[in-house]
Write a protein that binds this ligand. Structure first.
Ligand code: AMP
Ligand code: MG
Length: 522
């Protein structure tokens, strides 16, 4: 008989392996109603949440960009472009395109769905299940008149920006890989009749799920309560397990959580100067993740009226300063889609009020952090209002202004001169007055550490992405990789990078397509 104290480790060994070594799940297709037909032409697919769809086989799939950090979380070894571009399926994958609807630019658009996205499946990870989805892997029943492909330009933009957002601390879907396909795709970048062949690409993106507000809306809009309930039950079971939707109280509690994560996401967008560009309800994640990177942009000149999306140029519905209101509008449309679950639908109105309150709390906390104020006080509102109007008198670079503010040793506007695109002129007096008021508020000792952690030094400025795209289109991904690594530490000083990337927008980028002008063309 021996008496020893021996520990036995029963956790499964998690060595890195190829895609077929991952623990694949297909909960969505098992638990929600699907289309009886697989693939096939673009069409309406009533009473379904998905259609099986086969990714196309690219002629020459090549791995161009890779997120090693995300791959490590998935226990995935680098490689397998033939799978990550869609042409080869491994055991466990059940590829499908999701059906959803949405309000586009304020109008109900009916069925939309994954027209250029195909989910491969979910994989179990130590941080919960993650869905892997290919963007640009070819036609699905939801592709309408388009081809389901994506071009290199928009794929680089999605890869770099979603990874940059993650490292900025903004809730977002992520990108695992970018493969070029070796195929040319015809596109009209500005929808003005100038078509050109562009290189095709496929991004593999990753999120807890790609369920959107519009995923629910489509069923309510067609009076299909059974499918709505199946989708809600699936969503609650796996993604909101602390909730139950058996009562009005339960639905309101769940919806309130969705309102909270949505408010938090948008407060983060405002903090870092991100403009989504297409906040249609089909582009609103149920998890409050930034999703569907299309004609997004980053504020350089601090102009709340700015949108990068040329498709929205006349109304500027999705301009920077209006994003919080649009979040509420979108949430209202989603709440309407929950009416069939409610005995007393009026109770959903409280969720909208809650969104407003939560957004304001986050927004105030964000300003307190950006300005190093410590705890927010009600009278700080005046300080924020004055700053917002002063910053609009002349073109002022948002990123440089706030980052520099965190380090100045005296309330002197000349210390911020790098942030201005023009001679300071008439902005000098109001900005100087604001600086003195701010300095007084913080007793000359702003909370600099919090400011540094809230005001990034490096963001994916529109012209930076465009420079990387120009090189990538020539087959050189070095700049993409450099930016990917720069933006993994956006709050760090990285002095060796300053001269190149901590810079105001260069003049050449002011009116260049891809920098100041973007469309939904992808
Ligand atoms: P978005 O504005 O990018 O969110 O797209 C709106 C809708 O158009 C979604 O249903 C997309 O799947 C679809 N879509 C956009 N581009 C393409 C494309 N190249 N091929 C097929 N469908 C597309
Ligand atoms: Mg979309």
């Amino acid at each position: 008989m021996i008496h020893t104290q021996v520990d036995i480790n029963l956790t499964r060994r998690s060595t890195m392996g190829p895609l077929d070594s991952l623990d694949w799940l297909s909960r969505f297709t098992e638990e929600t109603p699907g289309d009886p037909q697989s693939d096939g032409p673009s069409r309406q697919v009533p009473n379904a949440c998905w259609s099986k769809a086969t990714p196309f086989k690219a002629p020459n799939p090549t791995l161009a960009l890779w997120s090693a950090e995300l791959a490590a979380q998935l226990n995935l070894l680098k490689g397998q472009p033939e799978v990550l571009a869609g042409g080869v399926l491994v055991d466990g994958m059940v590829p499908y395109a999701q059906r959803y609807g949405g309000h586009q630019f304020g109008n109900w658009a009916g069925q939309l769905g994954d027209g250029r996205a195909i989910t491969l499946g979910e994989v179990r990870t130590s941080k919960g299940a993650q869905e892997l989805q290919l963007k640009g892997a070819g036609h699905t029943p939801y592709s309408r008149f388009a081809d389901g492909k994506a071009v290199l330009r928009s794929s680089v933009r999605e890869f770099l920006c979603s990874e940059a957002m993650h490292h900025l601390g903004v809730p977002t879907t992520r990108a695992l890989s970018l493969c070029t396909t070796g195929e040319s795709v015809m596109r009209d970048v500005l929808y003005n009749g100038n078509k050109e062949l562009e290189q095709g690409a496929v991004v593999c993106r990753v999120a807890q799920s790609f369920i959107r507000f519009g995923s629910f809306q489509i069923h309510t809009s067609t009076g299909d309560e059974a499918t709505l309930r199946a989708l809600v039950d699936h969503t609650i079971k796996h993604h909101f397990p602390d909730h139950s939707v058996d009562s009005d109280d339960g639905v309101v509690a769940w919806a309130s959580e969705v309102a909270e994560t949505t408010a938090l996401m948008i407060a983060h967008w405002m903090r870092v100067g991100f403009v989504h560009g297409v906040m249609n309800t089909d582009n609103m994640s149920i998890h409050g993740l930034t999703i569907d990177y299309g004609p997004y942009g980053w504020l350089e000149d601090y102009n709340p009226g700015w949108t990068p999306n040329t498709t929205d140029a006349s109304h500027r519905r999705y301009r920077y300063g209006q994003q919080p209101q649009i979040g509420a509008w979108n949430l209202a449309r989603w709440l309407e889609s929950l009416i069939p679950l409610m005995q007393e639908p009026r109770r959903l109105e409280g969720v909208l009020d809650h969104y407003g309150e939560v957004f304001n709390q986050h927004h105030n906390a964000m300003w307190a952090a950006k300005l190093g104020l410590g705890l927010w006080r009600d009278e700080d509102q005046d300080l924020v209002v004055q700053l917002n109007s002063a910053l609009q008198i002349i073109e002022t670079d948002m990123t440089i202004f706030f980052r520099t503010l965190a380090s100045i040793e005296a309330p002197n506007v000349s210390l911020l001169s790098d942030a201005f695109y023009q001679p300071i002129g008439e902005a000098e007096a109001p900005l100087q007055a604001w600086l003195v008021a701010w300095w007084g508020r913080v007793d000359g000792t702003p909370d600099r550490a919090t400011m540094m952690a809230s005001n990034p030094k490096y963001v994916l400025r529109n012209w930076m992405a465009q420079l990387a795209i120009d090189e990538a289109e020539k087959g050189d991904f070095t700049l993409c990789e450099d930016l990917h690594s720069l933006l993994m530490n956006p709050y760090d000083e990285q002095p060796e990078q300053e001269e190149r990337w901590f810079q105001r927008r260069p003049e050449w980028a002011r009116n260049r397509v891809g920098c100041s002008m973007l469309s939904c063309s992808s």
